[in-house]
Ligand binder design. Structure first.
Ligand code: HSE
Length: 324
């Protein structure tokens, strides 16, 4: 029987990962968005449409115009490209706070695309959904960067070799590696956070950052966490964005003193991530980072976990009116 509804989970993502601005990211399953998509057959003589039934959860103030919402806009293009004779009704439950640097817009797009794709007569390969997810990123931030959308969609520590054509390289994750993600209760929109970055960068900074990116990737392949600790530093983007994040340096210091391998801004901020050698070390770093923000008068939420290898996934598929 044809499937009529699908619910998908799309995880939060840490983009940039200190050394790979716009090209490196990974998902964390501890927090994410859940998107339900229903296939809608148009009334006789009417055109199929993509509509937004509603948004709830930790965010409820997103654009309601389907052309401007990051969950629905990619589905409009998907429907047109594929010549689908039906439309979609979309409901979004946000687990990812707004303008948090945790890949919220990518998660809404990827969740909607993953659910809608499962309702197609012939679902597309996952990779081919990325170009639609990038439309959502462009809408949200004015830039079609893929370092949230690709890991959210595909899972794993993901390096984007190219966006057009899409070529995403999955980097191995060393045994034991754990993530800490801390979100201060502040908003920083990606557009403003990109706005402080210069168009051109000094050659010397580029060379230093390239060596750290290459060493970080080598550390992943070799499982060499000491090399990772020496490499996981951002000399290019972090110094320019840190002033936008209250108490950033105290939080970073707290993570490193607690034994984290490295700590930097998650995506465009203001959330901050750390990588650690074990569950115990991650828990220690999480507490230290949260305490540093609380001491600065900034309440926060925090999570720990592994880099998710799964990415977005279907939770339920079913007939309209009830999930199978
Ligand atoms: N690479 C992007 C940026 C990620 O840092 O602006 C945005 O989440």
């Amino acid at each position: 029987m044809e499937k009529k509804t699908a619910k998908a989970f799309a995880p939060a993502t840490v983009a940039n990962v200190a050394v790979g601005f716009d090209i490196l990211g990974f998902p964390l399953d501890a927090v994410g968005d859940t998107v339900t998509v229903e296939r809608i057959d148009p009334a006789p003589g009417a055109s199929p449409a993509v509509t937004l039934a509603g948004t709830d959860g930790v965010v409820s103030t997103l654009p309601t115009d389907p052309e401007r919402n990051t969950a629905t806009a990619p589905l409009i293009r998907l429907r047109e490209d594929q010549g689908l004779p039906f439309g979609f009704r979309v409901s979004v439950r946000k687990g990812i706070p707004l303008s948090s640097g945790m890949g919220g817009s990518a998660a809404s797009s990827v969740g909607a695309l993953t659910a809608a794709n499962s309702l197609l007569p012939e679902p597309l390969p996952r990779e081919s959904l990325l170009k639609y997810a990038l439309l959502g990123e462009e809408l949200a931030s004015g830039s079609p960067h893929g370092d949230n959308a690709a890991p959210c969609l595909l899972g794993g520590l993901t390096l984007l070799r190219s966006l057009d054509p899409v070529e995403a390289v999955r980097i191995p994750v060393p045994e034991g590696l754990r993530v800490v993600l801390v979100h201060p209760h502040r908003e920083l929109d990606t557009r403003s956070s990109r706005g402080v970055l210069p168009r051109d960068l000094p050659l010397k900074e580029y060379v230093a950052q390239s060596s750290r990116l290459a060493a970080f990737v080598a550390a992943c392949y070799a499982g060499n966490l000491d090399l990772m600790a020496r490499s996981l530093k951002d000399g290019l983007i972090e110094p320019r964005r840190a002033p936008l994040i209250p108490a950033f340096h105290s939080v970073q210091r707290a993570a490193l003193q607690a034994g984290a391998l490295g700590c930097s801004i998650s995506g465009s901020g203001p959330s901050v991530f750390a990588l650690c050698r074990s569950d115990d070390e991650a828990e220690k770093a999480r507490r230290a980072m949260a305490a540093a923000w609380e001491a600065a008068g900034v309440p926060c939420d925090s999570w720990t976990g592994r880099i998710s290898q799964a990415g977005a996934r279907i939770l339920e598929n079913g007939q309209a009116g009830g999930a199978a």
